[in-house]
Design a protein around this ligand. Sequence first.
Ligand SMILES: [Fe+2]
Length: 188
Amino acid sequence: MKSLLHLKEKDLDTYEHSIRVGKLAEYIASRFGFDERMTDHLVTGCYLHDIGKIGIPQNVLIKSTGLDSDEWEAMKRHPSLGMTMLQDCATIDQEIIDIIAYHHERWNGTGYPYGLSGEQIPLLARWCSIIDSLDCMLSDRPYRKRLSLKEAKDELLLQSDQQFDKHLVHKLLSLSDVALTKVQTIDR
Ligand SMILES: [Fe+2]
């Protein structure tokens, strides 16, 4: 987790987002009865999913206006950068590395960096993608205000079978509104 502290120094917003995504992953794993190994992998992978952003130039990372095409291409390298960073760490399981590598893949094959589709995308990376997107929608961004929980839930449903695994979206939306929003308050 030393690398998370490095991320905190470099980009506080992404660090706090990562903590919220990890906390919601903990709740989901507990609520849906994931076994110990799967829980550990999902939670660790969700805390670390954006760790590759440590390798992105800071002017791109914290830019408050839209990214130009070169900057966007640089930003899209963060899943593979994160994968490379963690592959050097012998104690990290491949299933955790897969979450970092594939969390921006989309169910319909239009994601990055590999354009995987459907069940080619590892299950825990499909979970991380949904949790990540929910937290993004519920957070203020420099270029837009946060969505309401109702708007965010509607967007997850709209993107089912497009961006997300529909089965997992329905499982997530079976949780209470209180559970879905309580991770929005974190201790720094
Ligand atoms: Fe990401």
